[in-house]
Write a protein of this length. Structure first.
Length: 100
């Protein structure tokens, strides 16, 4: 039985959480606040394509139940480039080209 004070790991279907490290210039870098129910791969790709990030630096995936964390920037960038059907913001285009 789970401790009632412990929040669930993730609401994403596969239990893996995806976070984007964003660069805010003089304010520094930070992982973007993400609703646990929308911290999945598909949402991160869609948000990149929609220009939801200022200057994305990296995408990290982790699954604490399975005990791993990985930089998945290259995989996310390749997937986003394949799905892109419109002109992207310059910072997003730069990230996708650099990471892929």
């Amino acid at each position: 039985m789970r401790n009632p004070m412990t929040p669930p790991l993730s609401q994403s279907r596969e239990g893996t959480v995806y976070l984007v490290l964003d660069d805010f210039g003089v304010f520094g870098q930070a992982y973007r606040e993400t609703d646990p129910t929308r911290a999945d791969r598909q949402t991160v790709v869609a948000n990149l394509l929609a220009g939801q990030y200022e200057h994305p630096v990296r995408v990290v995936a982790f699954n604490t139940a399975e005990g791993w964390a990985h930089d998945v920037s290259a995989q996310i960038a390749r997937e986003a480039l394949v799905r892109a059907d419109h002109e992207l913001a310059p910072a997003v285009r730069e990230f996708l080209e650099r990471a892929a």
